[in-house]
Design a binder for this molecule. Structure first.
Ligand code: ZN
Length: 105
């Protein structure tokens, strides 16, 4: 997948259903209920993430940032992976004295 593949795309036709495929994880059982576990992308409050969750009780086994090859989210800004400017870095104390969001997990 090239850099432009995630930036240039055609207009959706609206005929394809909007779904997210849940990939069942083999040889892993839920530690809470023993149910099947699936891995799938989600929209999380701190950004896009990949989760591994039980499909019966929704116990969370894993929550992590998506890898580039996982293509999640499928469309994203060109500057998403760029380094923050000096004014946006967490190492610079805010002038207002308020705590800054860690922006992480
Ligand atoms: Zn479970």
């Amino acid at each position: 997948m090239g850099f432009a593949d995630r930036l240039i795309f055609s207009t959706p036709t609206g005929e394809e259903p909007l779904t997210v495929a849940r990939e069942m994880v083999a040889d892993v059982a839920c530690p809470q209920c023993g149910g099947g576990v699936a891995r799938y992308p989600i929209a999380y409050y701190t950004g896009p993430r990949i989760v591994k969750k039980c499909q019966q009780c929704f116990h969370l086994l894993e929550l992590r940032r998506p890898l580039p090859e996982e293509n999640w989210p499928p469309f994203r800004p060109a500057t998403r992976d760029w380094a923050a400017s000096a004014a946006e870095r967490a190492s610079v104390p805010p002038r207002s004295g308020k705590a800054q969001d860690d922006g992480g997990l």
